[in-house]
Design a binder for this molecule. Structure first.
Ligand code: FAD
Ligand code: ZN
Length: 499
């Protein structure tokens, strides 16, 4: 597991709650909430010394919200009671896990009228069934802790992403997060067998099934996964576990073109089968940013090649078996001129370092300055043509524009990010060019039959784009589902779908 923890100090939540609220002068609901969950777990601006910014500001610093209160229930019944109280008061709720989401979905708006319902106190692993290969975790469980609980039982929970030291399993499921091992194990959705959910009416749906087969009508689990807190509040999940691999090998390869990277992916599928657990691609410019901003990380092979690829091979048999298969793959790749140079990590520490380089791209890019992010998916076969087409469009529209291109090629998911030309102020660039750039990129995504959100979700950042790029029939069905489950629009209003 490439579990390099990403410490997100800027948004890390206080370990203990700030001072307990006294009787509130802000809103009668606050006293009710204090009775339901305990005054220490209702945080407000009543006390000027209380700093709520960790819950109010999003990770990308795109929004500084203002909450009526941050409520931290300790169990499912308390979540249900909070939802009923807010619904009765006509106050909307923003569910929040680790607040690492990238599309402004987990923070309140600026009105000061919304309640942030933080799941962070509900962080227990309730149960592991080794024979059934399942684990039940509460929504506020940090992803890394879920991975560790599985590991202690000799098993694997394969969801892995750079925010795993801070994000929660509830947030992962609410966004249907992807990460680095989707090519083998699927998105969060595929790793979820059942859910416990508090509905917008404050009822509890006990759906913590450990079943792999259950065709008893509509699959409610799939409705809540990926709904970004707009349909219900996930309080616990039943998760799918896998055997731990006996060995994991990581290689870093220089490839002459994106076409070669796609061909290498096909070769890796044929040689490694289910052993292929990671396939990432990184452009030279993206790696150059890591080289500049994280000089302690020694980026291999990047200077003489337009693209590098990171491959991971997980083997259930042995390290020797893994190494032999990997060597055969790389030999075939060299013979077909798909790879010009490659290194294979000799130890887990070296492998972790290679992954760390890949996972440092967003950080290096942020240090270079604000940029316009696109989390898109395209059929893998069309990715080289998409990139050539869209790069040319942007270069023509904005001379000198810099493209930070990297992502999960094995899943057809690119992080196609656009950085200001050298010397241009990043804030001005965003203000003047963001709409234009988004228009060009998303039009190209539609032309190549892709999606404008592969793994980060819609939040509030992409609601307008979704309206332009999803079919009216699909949008209408989504709005009808939202209104059927949450008729008063209490849960995360304005996110994902407009009603
Ligand atoms: P939050 O940010 O708190 O919430 C996200 C959304 O889910 C919000 O809409 C919120 O209202 C809702 N929500 C949260 N908890 C619940 C709940 N219990 N019930 C209902 N709704 C809820 N994503 C990927 O897919 N792949 C990646 O590789 C990846 N890498 C990342 C790397 C970094 C450095 C960062 C900062 C983010 C990355 N992300 C990635 C974004 C990713 O979506 C989040 O990190 C993670 O899935 C969100 O979990 P969270 O607990 O922080 O949720
Ligand atoms: Zn990603």
């Amino acid at each position: 597991m490439n579990s390099l923890l990403f410490e997100i100090s800027s948004i890390s939540m206080p370990e203990t709650a700030p001072s307990a609220s006294k009787a509130s002068t802000l809103h009668p609901l606050i006293d009710t909430l204090a009775e339901l969950v305990g005054a220490a777990h209702v945080l407000t601006h009543d006390d000027p010394a209380t700093d709520l910014s960790a819950w109010e500001n999003d990770w990308r610093k795109r929004q500084q919200g203002r909450a009526l209160a941050v409520v931290r229930p300790g169990c499912t019944e308390e979540v249900a009671a909070v939802v009923r109280a807010c619904a009765a008061a006509g106050v909307s709720i923003v569910p929040q896990g680790g607040n690492t989401g990238l599309v402004v979905g987990s923070v309140p708006d600026t009105s000061g009228t919304q309640v942030v319902l933080s799941l962070q106190r509900m962080n227990a692993v309730r149960h592991i069934d080794s024979a059934n290969l399942t684990l039940v975790a509460e929504a506020g469980c940090i992803l890394h802790n879920v991975q560790q609980a599985a590991e202690q039982a000799g098993l694997l929970f394969p969801l892995s992403l750079a925010a795993e030291g801070s994000c929660t399993i509830g947030g992962n499921l609410a966004c249907n997060a992807g990460g680095t091992q989707v090519v083998r194990y699927g998105n969060s959705r595929e790793l979820c067998l059942g859910l416990e959910v508090v509905t917008a009416q404050g009822e509890v749906w006990h759906g913590l099934s450990g079943l792999r087969k259950d065709n008893t009508g509509y699959d409610l689990r799939h409705l809540f996964v990926g709904s970004e807190g707009t349909l219900g509040i996930i309080t616990a999940a039943s998760l799918r576990l896998y055997p731990q691999p006996a060995a994991q090998l990581t290689a870093w390869a220089a490839v002459p073109s994106l076409e070669a990277a796609v061909a290498l992916l096909g070769l890796a599928h044929r040689h490694l089968g289910a052993g292929l657990t990671g396939f990432e691609v990184m452009s030279q410019f993206a790696l150059g940013l890591v080289h500049t901003h994280c000089p302690h990380l020694r980026v291999p092979l990047w200077q003489d090649t337009p693209w590098c690829v990171l491959l991971e091979n997980s083997d259930l048999e042995s390290e020797e078996h893994a190494r032999t298969r990997f060597e055969h793959l790389l030999e075939a790749a060299f013979a077909d001129n798909l790879v010009s140079d490659a290194v294979v990590a000799e130890s887990l520490a070296q492998a972790a370092q290679l992954w760390h380089i890949r996972e440092s791209i967003p950080l290096a890019q942020a240090q270079e300055g604000l940029n316009i992010k696109h989390d898109i998916s395209i059929p893998i076969s069309s990715i080289p043509a998409f990139v050539a087409h869209t790069d040319a469009l942007l270069a023509q529209a904005i001379p000198g524009v810099r493209l930070v291109n990297f992502g999960h090629l094995g899943d057809g998911n690119l992080h196609y990010n656009v950085q200001a030309p050298v010397g241009m102020d990043a804030t001005t660039f965003l203000r003047e060019q963001e709409d234009h750039v988004n228009h060009l990129v998303y039009a190209a995504v539609s032309q190549f039959k892709g999606s404008i959100s592969a793994e980060h979700g819609v939040g509030s950042l992409k609601v307008d784009h979704l309206i332009q790029h999803k079919s009216p029939v699909a949008l209408n069905l989504m709005a009808r589902i939202k209104l059927a489950l949450d008729p008063h629009n209490t849960l995360n209003p304005g996110r994902v779908v407009r009603v």
